[in-house]
Structure formats: C-alpha cells, structure tokens
Ligand binder design. Structure first.
Ligand code: OGA
Ligand code: NI
Length: 358
C-alpha cells in the first residue's frame, strides 16, 4: 500500500501501484484521492465537455417481442446503417441472468488487489483470462479510468478451470442466454445484405469466437479531466452490452461531431456494430466511435460480450454484397492481425479500420 502522506505527491509511483501491483483505478479511488493523478489527465481535445452532447432520446430502442415480424428486422438493419448503435427490449434474456452478472462483476472487483492480480498479464496462466486497468498502459500517453476483467471463451471446461470463481458461472450464463438473440440480430442483418442463410462459413465469420469483459469504472476525482474509455470503435461483428443504471456511454452520431448519450433503460441491452461487420458489409453497417465519461459521484459497471469472427478467419466484404458490381472498399485481412493492430495502440477513434482499407 502506498504511504498515505505521499499519495498526492509527484514522487509517488502511481503506475507501479495501479498497473504493476494490480490495485487498478479502484485501488486509487479507495485511497480517497482529492486530485486526479497526472498520468490520467487526458489532452484537452479528449476531455469530454457537455457542450457537444445532444439530448438523450435519439438512439433507437427496438422491441423484439414481435420477432420475426419483418418490421422488426427492418428496424434492426436501419439502426445498424444509420446509428451503428441501438438498444433492444423484450430480447428474451432473463432479467435474473442480467442482474446476476452485474452482481458478479461487483463481487469480482470488490476482492483485494492480490486476488484480482492473480489474473493479470504477468500472472495469469492463460492469455484467455486477463485482469487489467486502462486499455494498453504501455502504449498510452494518458491512462483511462477503468479496470477490467477480459475472458475469451474457448470451452466450458477451460472456463471452469481458469475463469475466476467470483464471476465465472454468471458470465457463462449471460453468454449462453444471449445466444438466441445474437443469432436473430445477425439473421436480420444478413438478410439486409441479401445473405439468406447463415451457413457454417458465415457462422464462423459472424460469431466464431466470443469475449466477455467485466468493466469497472470507480468514482473519480476531477472526472472532467479524464475518460472512462477513450474514443474507439469495437473490433467485433456485434457487441452486446449490459450497463447498470449510472449512464455515461456516449456515441458519435454518424457524419457529425455530436455525441449522443445511451441512456440506461432497465432490462434493455445495448447493441453495436463492430469493425468486422462494417468490413463484411463493405461499409453498409457502421461501427461507430464511442466513449465513456468518468463519474465523480458513483461507481459504474458494464458487461460487454464481443461477438467476433474466429481469429483464424479472413474477413473482407462478403461476395453477396459485391454481387451487383459494388466496389470493395476493404481488402481481405486475417482477423487475428486486425485484432493485434487494435491492441498495439492507444484508443484513437475510428483509425483501426484503416488497417483494412484498400
Ligand atoms: C467497450 C466499451 C462501453 C461501456 O468495452 O468496448 O465501449 O459502457 N464499453 O462500458
Ligand atoms: Ni467499445
């Protein structure tokens, strides 16, 4: 533990405490700091001011109770084209499953640093389980005010052996119970691209691998100087995100400089298009920049499931999309190369997808 007398001083090694020793930003918050450590101060252009934010009600909310009504499928495709983000209600994932995985997230992060740090990059016996803080501390000029546990799903047996017991069962349950709705969304989105059937090859490209993250954004001193998560788009095909009732996720409106809040709706799940689906659809569906503000009053959690191609898949515009003579704007790239590119650099908005541009 850092000596209390020096915790606000220049000489105190914040990085060693938060990153190397695994205390995370939760550890910093628990010290009761009155000022934000300088390592977390973002450049002014990344600080999130209220002046560029428009009101709450813009992001589409889609009621899935009428599925497979074609109007529902249309609404999904429209939202994916115009917003890249939407919320779903009456999605069929039991409320108790959602509550349980939020509770499990709080339980995991409430543990002592020594316990959580058993799953850090240096200590975890597997690359598929990773506890960390910020995004890529080694590549970042300024750190982000967030701790996370990232779990790449391989099999139930591996999860039983390697995932932390504080949250393992609840995380797996959320993944499994969301499978039906994920498949429905992808079916609708594929029909919109004239792909009538999701065969084995498409299934691998669209949902061949999954990663679930548990995110913890503790209360932050001087929140306006930093970010919870910086501007980025996801590298997934689709992201299924469960958030609690605090709010703070902002989405950049397509072709504008306005940031729109994604308001927490009890029982809803947030869906967003990721880069892989933007590439597969040759730019028709939009993977939109988003970010999370830090909160000065409350702790926030979120639980995204990243539905991804298999790492060994090669992704590029689907033949069905190019059938009518449309020019491809993306080349074929190995998905694992794409993901490596994303994780090698700090969050930088929509830059990642340039990696796949022709
Ligand atoms: C992410 C992300 C948003 C949130 O983990 O990629 O954008 O609300 N999270 O936590
Ligand atoms: Ni994201």
């Amino acid at each position: 533990m850092a000596p209390a007398l020096t915790k606000d001083s220049e000489s105190w090694d914040v990085i060693s405490f938060a990153v190397d020793k695994g205390h995370g930003v939760k550890g910093l918050a628990d010290l009761g700091l009155q000022t934000l450590p300088k390592q977390y101060i973002q450049p002014p252009e990344e600080q999130i001011t209220n002046s560029i934010v428009i009101p709450d009600d813009a992001i589409p909310v889609i009621d899935l109770s009428k599925w497979p009504n074609p109007e529902v499928a249309n609404a999904i495709c429209n939202a994916a084209e115009k917003w890249g983000f939407f919320q779903i209600v009456n999605h069929g994932v039991p409320m108790q499953v959602l509550e349980n995985v939020k509770e499990a997230t709080r339980r995991f992060f409430a543990q002592p640093a020594e316990e959580k740090n058993k799953h850090s990059k240096d200590n975890s016996p597997s690359n598929n389980v990773r506890y960390g803080t910020s995004f890529t501390p080694k590549a970042e000029k300024a750190l982000e005010w967030k701790d996370f546990l990232s779990l790449f799903y391989v099999s139930d047996d591996e999860a039983a052996a390697l995932w932390p017991s504080a949250c393992r069962n609840e995380a797996i349950k959320f993944m499994k119970e969301s499978e039906v709705v994920i498949r429905r969304l992808l079916e609708a989105l594929m029909k919109g691209l004239n792909v009538e059937e999701i065969d084995q090859e498409k299934e691998s490209l669209l949902m061949g691998s999954k990663r679930i993250n548990l995110n913890y954004y503790p209360m932050c001193p001087e929140p306006e100087l930093t970010v919870g998560v910086g501007r980025h788009s996801d590298v997934s095909t689709l992201t299924i995100l469960l958030q609690d009732d605090i709010g703070g996720l902002y989405v950049k409106k397509l072709d504008s400089n306005e940031w729109v809040h994604v308001p927490p709706i009890d029982g809803a799940i947030v869906i967003n298009v990721g880069d892989a689906l933007q590439i597969l659809s040759n730019g028709r569906y939009k993977s939109i920049e988003h970010r999370v503000i830090a909160n000065g009053l409350k702790n926030r959690i979120s639980v995204p499931i990243f539905v991804n191609p298999k790492p060994s898949d090669v992704i590029g515009p689907l033949p069905e999309v190019l059938k009518n003579g449309e020019e491809p704007i993306y080349k074929q790239v190995l998905y694992s190369d794409y993901v490596k590119h994303f994780f090698r650099k700090a969050h930088d908005g929509k830059e990642t997808v340039d990696f796949a541009k022709i």
